[in-house]
Design a protein around this ligand. Structure first.
Ligand code: HEM
Length: 402
């Protein structure tokens, strides 16, 4: 039986990804989605292959024909500018990674741990007051954003403006945005670019102890243009804050609704790092990872054309029984070292250590500071299916009065 094409904003997919994608994966690991005009990939093996393939790029600047790109640039000049600067050949990509890697290495994040813990302790404090707290709207929304903007040295009075602009940029990647939404996201992206340009100019005049100053110094030595720094910072703000926020909510929800695993973690605290990884596999935050074909090529037995978009379905890979035994079971003892949550290959996520550290501290706060029987009010949990990029919990009420 052929199933109707999967929509990234499908409600059922957002609420129950593993079960929803199962039937597509069983039908075929790659199919053309006529409604969206792109390929969808469902399965661990093929997703891993696409992530590492030199014939594919994650750069939106490679999408479509030259005419289509020029038209997009005209409609959305700021997004077009970001997309064109993100189109990197492998050597330029490696140079950009060199710029970022040291700031996000395990050692660098370990040095940041005290500050990250402080942010989490302050922002999670309302949970200590007793009562029902909506974790998704009142708490998690600020955690990764505060961590990443602290690291960059964003001034206090710019934080809210930055957040709006970063969200605008992140949402521009939606697959079915309206022209009005795109115009708004383009405007926000312009604001983000200008703010970052101003901060880079400030740091050139008056260096500080922050990431932007470090980038400016490294860029001087490595002759990296300022525009490249701005693009890199745009990426760090958007992915570093939105993906991690949703990841924190999903992990908290999964752990608190699987009491056996919560109990196991309480009794064996050494499992905490593995628990974070398994929680991230079990409710993997990205809906899809994008790839664009650089050449006409055969992929998964299909003829893929240069410029075609492939949406690699993360939940279909993380829930693939050909790779994980009983993938639908949350098992914090499971070996999840091969999970694709943070990607694979040359674009493997820069922020893994930072994201895992934030999630670990949040879980430790719940385990150490709150009553053992705190509970999610499951009938009041809602999801936002409209986010086409990331699984998003809209409301996560937690009862801390127990
Ligand atoms: C749980 C939270 C996160 C998840 C699930 C996640 C997931 C991912 C994935 C799947 C990729 C690969 C994209 C691709 O192959 O096209 C990626 C790349 C990336 N991530 Fe993350 N990420 C998270 C948190 C962060 C954080 C905290 C930062 C930084 C502050 C960050 C920065 C980046 C950057 C810069 C890239 C691009 C790397 C490149 O192209 O070389 N991410 N992330």
């Amino acid at each position: 039986m052929t199933h109707p094409p999967l929509s990234p904003v499908d409600e059922q997919f957002t609420r129950d990804p593993f079960n929803t994608v199962k039937r597509y994966r069983e039908q075929t690991p790659i199919m053309f989605n006529e409604a969206l005009g792109c390929w969808m990939v469902f399965g661990y093996g093929l997703m891993k292959e696409a992530l590492a393939s030199p014939l594919m790029t994650n750069s939106p600047g490679a999408q479509g024909t030259e005419e289509q790109r020029a038209a997009f640039h005209q409609r959305c000049p700021n997004l077009g500018w970001v997309a064109s600067r993100m189109t990197l050949d492998p050597e330029a990509h490696r140079a950009r990674r060199r710029l970022i890697n040291s700031a996000f290495s395990p050692a660098a994040i370990a040095r940041q741990e005290r500050q990250i813990a402080e942010v989490i302790n302050v922002l999670c404090a309302p949970l200590l007051n007793g009562g029902i707290v909506d974790f998704a709207t009142e708490i998690s929304t600020w955690i990764p954003y505060q961590v990443v903007t602290n690291l960059m040295g964003v001034e206090h009075d710019s934080v809210a403006r930055f957040r709006e602009a970063a969200l605008g940029w992140a949402h521009a990647y939606g697959v079915n945005n309206t022209p009005e939404q795109m115009a708004y996201y383009d405007q926000q992206t312009g604001i983000l670019i200008e703010e970052l340009r101003r901060m880079c100019a400030d740091r050139q005049q008056a260096p500080k102890a922050d990431l932007i100053t470090d980038f400016i110094r490294a860029a001087d030595e490595q002759r990296v243009p300022i525009d490249d720094i701005i693009i890199t910072l745009c990426g760090l703000i958007a992915t570093g804050s939105t993906a991690t926020k949703h990841a924190i909510d999903l992990c908290v929800h999964s752990l608190l609704t699987h009491r056996d695993q919560l109990q196991l973690l309480r009794s064996e605290r050494s499992l905490i790092n593995n628990a974070v990884n398994e929680l991230l596999r079990f409710r993997t935050p990205p809906k899809f990872v994008n790839r664009y074909a650089l050449e006409d090529t055969e992929f998964g037995g299909q003829a893929v054309k240069k410029g075609d978009l492939l949406l690699l379905c993360s939940a279909a890979a993380e829930g693939d029984p050909a790779h994980f035994d009983h993938p639908e079971t949350l098992d914090i003892r499971r070996d999840v070292s091969s999970a694709l949550t943070f990607g694979h290959g040359p674009h493997y996520c820069v922020g893994t250590h930072m994201a895992r550290t934030e999630i670990r501290f949040v879980l430790e706060f719940l385990l150490d500071r709150l009553p053992a029987d705190i509970a999610v009010l499951t009938d009041r949990v809602t999801f936002n299916a409209n986010n086409p990029l990331t699984f998003e919990i809209a409301s996560l009420p937690i009862d801390t009065r127990c």
